[in-house]
Design a protein around this ligand. Structure first.
Ligand code: CP
Ligand code: NVA
Length: 306
């Protein structure tokens, strides 16, 4: 048998469009298995190490529960109580951990950290969020759109707010799943030019949230101050105030538009309570789909990928 090629998932671009679509299909199958009580344990005796340098509820629980449902095990590691927090080089940590476990998930600050880890790892590395990208959330968001509305190809998506890690991952998703993305963000908070330019004409940055939301099939937003930017919260709250996703903004979108937010959310800031708790919100489905989409990803990286 040919040796399995080592695959990482640091951004959505690490999977080909056909692979990304197959992951969503598989996520739906795995979800149905959980619903019907079917036990599926292809990762028995396999271990996932999870390094969290930032807080997490969904990412930690979905990976840990996912590994356990697949018959494997997950280890939570924080810099507070590992040598990583005392300055052991990331390259050395990668060499050591990847001799002991079957995959590593990392949530950290600089995206370069996951790249350096992956470059020195013998096992698949998954990006559980960096300052630049959050690809696992996009698998769940896309799964949710496909489940509730069908194929997103050719649809119009509006990203409202900060040109942050989630925005960058929406830009990559537009390339992988072939949709139009209109980004509305205040001047000075644009997504990184290299990420945007690589996506070509299908992604454009606008200033007016209503223009971006006009006719959109999906409206998505995120916090105004991401993890690590807590000190800018007050300044950002003023600048981003016109970018709240409220009922008026949702009224600009298509009548059956969905609303998504990766969570945690701040009601009354980036989203009105009436929107996130309203009938167009699919945030709870998307949060649940983190579990199913990442199980599909783990299975793909450890068992099924070419
Ligand atoms: N959406 C998301 O990644 O949530 P957590 O920060 O709780 O993991
Ligand atoms: N942009 C947010 C996403 C949290 C899941 C952050 O990085 O804090």
């Amino acid at each position: 048998m040919a040796e399995r090629r080592l695959r990482h998932f640091l951004t959505l671009l690490d999977v080909a469009p056909a692979e990304a679509r197959a992951l969503l299909t598989r996520a739906g199958e795995l979800k149905a298995m959980v619903r019907s009580g079917t036990v599926h344990e292809p990762l028995r005796n396999r271990t996932l190490a999870m390094i969290f340098e930032k807080s997490s509820t969904r990412t930690r629980v979905s990976f840990e529960a996912g590994m356990s449902q697949l018959g494997g095990h997950a280890i939570f590691l924080s810099p507070r109580d590992t040598q990583l927090g005392r300055g052991e080089p990331i390259e050395d940590s990668a060499r050591v951990l990847s001799r002991m476990v079957d995959a590593v998930m990392i949530r950290t600050f600089a995206h370069e950290q996951v790249e350096r880890f992956a470059a020195n790892s013998q096992v698949p590395v998954i990006n559980g969020l960096t300052d630049r990208f959050h690809p696992c959330q996009l698998l769940a968001d896309m799964q949710t759109y496909f489940e509730l509305r069908g194929d997103i190809r050719g649809r119009r998506v509006a990203w409202i707010g900060d040109g942050n890690n989630m925005c960058h991952s929406y830009i990559n998703a537009a390339r992988v799943f072939d949709f139009e993305l209109r980004i509305a963000c205040p001047e000075g908070f644009d997504p990184d030019a290299d990420v945007l330019v690589a996506a070509g004409a299908r992604c454009q940055v606008l200033r007016d949230p209503r223009t971006a939301a006009a006719g959109a099939d999906l409206v998505a937003t995120d916090v105004w101050a991401s993890m690590g930017q807590e000190g800018e919260q007050a300044k950002r709250a003023k600048i981003f105030a016109p970018y709240q996703v409220d009922d008026g903004l949702m009224a600009c979108a298509a009548p059956d538009a969905l609303f998504l937010h990766c969570l945690p959310a701040h009601r009354g800031e980036e989203v009105a309570a009436s929107v996130i708790d309203g009938p167009q919100s699919a945030v709870w489905d998307a949060a649940e789909n983190r579990l199913h989409a990442q199980k599909a990803l783990l299975e793909f990286l450890l068992v099924r990928s070419p």
